[in-house]
Design a protein around this ligand. Structure first.
Ligand code: ZN
Length: 266
């Protein structure tokens, strides 16, 4: 992993990664819209508006991060507070895009990484906001990532992709049925099962098992912290964000990005 930059190259280096950040932040803004609107079966093309007074936002209000800062976090018409999660999510997406391209450079796997992270981000927004991950997100993602995994950048061996999908689907279906039989409640939504199937396509069966353990541990830690703070036990929790976080962690490790990242801090 080459990380040494000559002073002559520094300008173009910063320029390139600044643009990748801006590019990612714009996508982040779009992912938020997709994640919020698709579960509600809302149109993606309808212009964004203020939640309180329904005033349509002007084009410059939609500029990622800058629009929020220029408006000082309030609607220009009624002064309604705009949640800070919007610019933070745009920053997060921009930073993730920048990190992926920096660590992986421009190669076939980079495209899969960016699409995979995009899917995880959209599903996280969708599951937190509407407690569901609709098929209109997971089905196209399954087809696109399956084709790319089998053609552009294969797992070793290639059939781990198919096995990963099968294991992902079967494992979460089984867990869902088990929790229904034992606890009498719907523990695993269909969206979680389909998301986990797509994760299996990208990372294969073995990292998938690690992902499931990691997601379960993360959700238990969250429930524990939440209980310590609020003194109430949340019985229903969206599992999608934990799958997304764990899947990203597993993918970081699997793709070698984690090693590169550690190398930078040595
Ligand atoms: Zn308003």
């Amino acid at each position: 992993m080459q990380t040494f930059i000559g002073s002559n190259d520094l300008g173009s280096f910063l320029f390139t990664y600044f643009y990748i950040f801006v590019f990612g932040a714009c996508f982040g803004s779009f992912f938020m819209v997709v994640g919020l609107r698709l579960p509600q079966k809302e149109n993606l093309i309808t212009p964004s508006h203020c939640d309180a007074c329904q005033t349509k936002l002007k084009p410059w209000h939609l500029i990622p991060i800058i629009g929020y800062m220029a408006l000082k976090g309030r609607c220009s018409h009624c002064g309604h507070h705009i949640p800070i999660i919007y610019p933070l999510f745009e920053c997060l997406t921009g930073s993730l895009f920048m990190l992926i391209v920096y660590l992986m450079r421009f190669r076939a796997e980079t495209l899969i990484s960016l699409l995979f992270v995009s899917l995880l981000l959209i599903c996280t927004v969708s599951d937190i906001s509407a407690r569901k991950i609709p098929n209109i997100i997971t089905y196209p993602a399954f087809v696109i990532l399956l084709v790319l995994r089998l053609s552009l950048s294969q797992l070793d061996p290639w059939w781990f992709t198919l096995l990963g999908a099968g294991v992902g689907f079967a494992l979460l279906l089984l867990l869902g049925l088990l929790s229904y039989a034992l606890l009498g409640q719907k523990g695993m939504g269909g969206g979680d099962i389909k998301l986990f199937t797509v994760v299996g396509v990208v990372i294969g069966p073995i990292p998938l098992l690690v992902t499931l353990v990691l997601a379960s541990v993360l959700s238990l830690v969250y429930v524990g912290i939440d209980f310590a703070i609020t003194k109430t036990l949340k019985r229903k929790l969206p599992f999608g964000p934990f799958i997304a976080l764990a899947a990203f962690g597993s993918y970081l490790y699997l793709s070698g990005m984690w090693d590169h990242l550690m190398y930078l801090f040595k």
